[in-house]
Ligand binder design. Sequence first.
Ligand code: ARG
Length: 276
Amino acid sequence: MPEFSRPTILMCPPDHYGIEYEINPWMDKSKGSDRALAHAQWQALHDILVSLGVDVRLMSAVKGLPDLVFTANAGLIWRSTAFVATFRHSARQGETPIDEAWFRGCGFRTVMPPETMDLEGAGDALFCGDTLFGGYLIRSDARALQWVGARIGCRVIPLQLVNDHFYHLDTCFCPLSPREALYYPGAFDRYGLQALEDAVPELIPVEEGEADRFACNAVVVGKDVVLNSGCPQLEATLRSRGYTPHPTDLSEYLKSGGSAKCLTLRLDGENAALWP
Ligand code: ARG
């Protein structure tokens, strides 16, 4: 069983990161990422997290798996269990055995979703309070989210993702605490918006321009929030609610449809989850 004495986050260095295929509307092979800049941006994010007292654990990069850097997709963590991710697109399916071995080596009990279900880890499954919010359709299956909920005895609220640019739930929804969450309304249908309003006491909208800069894809560590730079409105909102924003430029990862949160996986339980 893994033991954590402080906030602990898994990252994977971008040694083999690149735009090698196109599986979401942000990716364009003709607009590749700058290797040195991608490294510098990843390192800056890493160093901010370390300065906030986070224990950052590293998974080794693997050639041919450019998206392994997005550790949010490695699995869904619940106590000492890691529900290992199974990916929609064949380009990412090679990540699953690497993720499974890493979690096992760290002391987690690893559980694989049934073969017929896709579940892209914490990218599509986020706890807020006593509820697991799940994004489905584009990458993960609604029944995979229900399957997890049944195993951990947790209420699941499935949210259909209706906007291809916000293809993972963590691109448009970010729990800050058990009762507060950021969200981008344009990523959900009417039912999803109503479900969010009913379930989250304080729902904080992010405007379109900043949502497009992945404002919702933020890493929350207590009262500190690390996010892509260029989201001044959200930064002001966070400050007014007692949070300290830490903007950092992640432009090379936006080219792949990812940002701060995607590059991290909280191993000891998110601050917004009531179970840790
Ligand atoms: N290029 C990756 C993909 O399309 C980006 C993953 C971003 N991860 C996330 N948790 N949103 O799968």
